[in-house]
Design a protein around this ligand. Structure first.
Ligand SMILES: O=C(O)CCC(=O)C(=O)O
Length: 287
C-alpha cells in the first residue's frame, strides 16, 4: 500500500497523508457512533473520563473538545484502532514490534471548535527513542476552514524545543521560536489518514466554519521505546498494548534531545487546560 517515495517523504518531512485508508462504510459507522456519544454528553456538566468539554457546552447545545480513550467505550472505535491496513502502513515507520500508546477523538465542532497550540508530542511524553508517531483518521473532510492540522516540515529533526513559559510546562511552544510561515496545511477527505512523527511541530486553528472537523488520533511507538518518566502502569497492562510483534525488557536508548514536561502550573487534565496557562495564544486573541 505504501511506496518507497512515501516512506522517503515521511522520513525527510516528518509527516505524510494517505488517502482512502478507511472505507466509506467504516467512516459512516465511526461517524454515527460519534453522534451517539455527543448525544450522551448532554447529561454531562463537567470534564470526566469520557469527555472534555468546550466552555459553552450545555444540555441544549452539546459541544465537546474531545472523546477520551474512545476505544475503551465502543467496539467500533476499538476495531478502528486495530485496523490491519493502518498497522501495515505504520510498520514502515516504526518497525514490526508495535505498541499502541492511546487514542483520542478531537471533535472541533462548528463555529468555534477549539484550536490546539503549536507543540510536539515529544514535548509531552519523551521516550528512550523517537520511533513514535500519531495517525489521524479523518472522520470528516478536513479543510483549512474547519481547522486542519498544520505541520512544520522537517521539524522532527530539530533540537528539543521548550514547551515552557516562566519555568513552567505549558504544553506549547513560543510562536517566536520558529517560522510559522513554513507551516503546511494537512487537508484531506474523510477516510484518509495523516501520520506525523512524534517530534514534528504541529498545531491547528479554531474551526470557524459550519462543518465539524472530527479527527480520531491514535498514537503508536516501537515496542522498545520506553517513557523516560516510567511506564506508569503494571508490566502486564503495559504489554497488553503490543498490537504487533513482541514486547521487550530492553529499551533502545538513542541520543536524542529531551526536555521533561515539568514542572506543571496547577493540576492540568489535558492539553487544552495545559495550553490555556499560556500568556498568549497563537490562534485566539481572547487568551
Ligand atoms: O486536533 C488537532 O488538530 C491536533 C491534535 C493534537 O495535536 C493533540 O491532541 O495533541
Amino acid at each position: 500500500m505504501l511506496n518507497s517515495k512515501q516512506v522517503a517523504y515521511y522520513n525527510s518531512n516528518g509527516y505524510l497523508t494517505i488517502e482512502n485508508v478507511y472505507s466509506a462504510s467504516q467512516i459512516k459507522l465511526l461517524s454515527d457512533v460519534t453522534d451517539e456519544f455527543v448525544e450522551k454528553s448532554r447529561l454531562v456538566t463537567e470534564e470526566n473520563d469520557m469527555f472534555s468539554l468546550e466552555s459553552d457546552h450545555s444540555k441544549d447545545n452539546p459541544r465537546l473538545t474531545r472523546i477520551k480513550t474512545p476505544q475503551n467505550f465502543h467496539s467500533i472505535y476499538k476495531k478502528a484502532v486495530k485496523d490491519e491496513k493502518m498497522l501495515d502502513i505504520i510498520e514502515h515507520f516504526i518497525g514490526k514490534n508495535i505498541r499502541f500508546q492511546g487514542a483520542k477523538l478531537n471533535m472541533k465542532m462548528p463555529q468555534g471548535g477549539r484550536q490546539v497550540e503549536w507543540h510536539t508530542d515529544w514535548g509531552h511524553h519523551p521516550h528512550t527513542n523517537d520511533d513514535m508517531l500519531a495517525v489521524g483518521i479523518a472522520l470528516d473532510d478536513i479543510t483549512e476552514e474547519n481547522g486542519c492540522l498544520m505541520v512544520i516540515p522537517g521539524s522532527h529533526k530539530w533540537d528539543a524545543i521548550s514547551h515552557h513559559e516562566d519555568g513552567f510546562f505549558v504544553g506549547a511552544v513560543d510562536i517566536n521560536s520558529f517560522d510559522v510561515k513554513k507551516a503546511i496545511n494537512i487537508t484531506s477527505n474523510a477516510g484518509s489518514i495523516s501520520i506525523h512523527h512524534v517530534r514534528t511541530l504541529h498545531g491547528s486553528a479554531p474551526n470557524m466554519s459550519d462543518k465539524p472537523r472530527r479527527l480520531l488520533l491514535l498514537e503508536f511507538s516501537a515496542a522498545d521505546a520506553f517513557p523516560v518518566s516510567g511506564i506508569g502502569t503494571s508490566w502486564d497492562e503495559w504489554n497488553k498494548q503490543i498490537f504487533r510483534g513482541k514486547p521487550t525488557i530492553q529499551p533502545r536508548l538513542e541520543k536524542i534531545p529531551v526536555l521533561l514536561p515539568k514542572p506543571l502550573r496547577g493540576e492540568n487534565k489535558n492539553i487544552f487546560e495545559l495550553q490555556s496557562n499560556m500568556k498568549k495564544s497563537h490562534f485566539s486573541k481572547s487568551m
